[in-house]
Design a protein around this ligand. Structure first.
Ligand code: ADP
Ligand code: TRP
Length: 321
């Protein structure tokens, strides 16, 4: 099965990204033909510094490798290393009704807030459709927030197939419902845009400092507490073993565990969980040529796959000889 997903390089990856996306990428590379890419064309809609963009792209590639993507199993490439993507995006724009894009959330939100939107943001879902269709993807693992983009991708593919004849495979989204939204320091969804994140590769001191800031209620230590409504517990659950979890849950319900103790436990658990990845990351950063080699090799493999589909699409609509 061909699995494909993309992640935007718009800053350091956080724990929400790990549980909501990256962990699934790592699982799915087993037994599948997996393609993952760093969506730098998409990031142009928000990152305006060339220097930052290059740095973020490098960082995401390194983070993904450190967290367990294996370049022998998965093709981990950078979107703009395959310029075929933008050509396919153009072919797709000509069968995409304006109305479909006007309904899309990120564009609509910006316009509703009275902020002028660029054409790139408006056309973002078409570029995303090109990413997916270009590789004949069967399965696209994404978070809930990407559901609409996947629907539009399928609609565009169907429309193109209807107009020009069977060309694209219809991809299926792979949305894990049981992956709960990871809460941030303030209890809202952990997200860069809320400034409430714990970065996967923050140094241990910063992790401890951030965990101390997690908002809780003021129930005293000895009082019983409801673990299901506690941010600390929700985060701890992601890291603890079943035995640790059962122990802590019992103490929540009976009373006798304080938020201070929970914060220490949580910080330790986060630091320990990403310890091996942190070492691997440091090694990669010390050898950027290894990262470059992975990128180069993946780009070649991705381009080879992309050319086949692009050629088919060009032929279907009458381009070329
Ligand atoms: P951010 O909200 O920080 O900008 P992105 O939108 O770039 O994060 O998310 C990248 C991936 O990580 C997506 O697949 C998204 O669904 C997932 N993700 C982001 N934040 C969370 C979260 N708090 N809980 C679960 N998954 C998340
Ligand atoms: N829009 C996605 C996000 O913000 C990133 C992305 C771009 C993507 N192209 C994709 C995801 C193709 C899956 C498939 O998270």
């Amino acid at each position: 099965m061909r699995v494909l997903s993309g992640i935007q390089p718009s800053g350091a990856l956080h724990i929400g990204n790990y549980f909501g996306a990256i962990r699934q990428y790592v699982h799915l590379q087993e037994g599948n033909d997996a393609y993952y890419f760093v969506a730098d064309y998409h990031a142009l809609t928000s990152v305006r510094s060339a220097e930052n963009l290059r740095k973020y792209v490098f960082d995401v590639v390194v983070d993904l490798l450190a967290l367990g993507l294996d370049p022998e199993r998965a093709t981990l490439f950078v979107q703009s290393d395959v310029p075929e993507t933008t050509e396919l995006a153009w072919l797709l724009t000509s069968v995409t009704p304006m109305g479909w894009l006007e309904k899309c959330v990120s564009y609509k939100d910006k316009v509703q807030q009275g902020i002028p939107a660029e054409h790139g943001l408006f056309a973002y879902p078409v570029l995303q459709a090109a990413d997916i269709l270009l590789y004949d993807a069967d399965l696209v693992p994404v978070g809930q927030d990407q559901k609409q983009h996947l629907e539009i991708t399928r609609d565009i593919a169907e429309r193109f197939n209807h107009v020009y004849g069977e060309t694209f495979k219809l991809p299926k989204p792979y949305i894990l419902d049981q992956v709960a939204v990871v809460p941030g320091l303030d209890g809202r969804k952990m997200s860069k845009s809320y400034d409430n994140t714990i970065e996967i590769f923050d140094d241990p001191k910063t992790i401890t400092k951030k965990v101390k800031k997690i908002v809780t209620d003021s129930t005293p230590v000895e009082a019983p507490k409801n673990p299901d409504t506690c941010n600390l517990f929700m985060l701890y659950r992601l890291f603890a073993s079943p035995a640790e979890l059962a122990d802590v849950e019992g103490r929540y319900r009976a009373g006798g565990i304080g938020y201070g103790e929970m914060k220490s436990r949580l910080a330790e658990a986060i630091i320990a969980a990403f310890g091996p990845a942190r070492e691997k990351r440091a090694e990669l950063v010390a050898h950027p040529e290894r990262v470059e080699a992975v990128r180069e090799d993946a780009a070649q493999r991705a381009r080879k796959a992309a050319r086949i589909v692009l050629e088919k699409a060009r032929n279907a609509c009458g381009l070329g000889r």
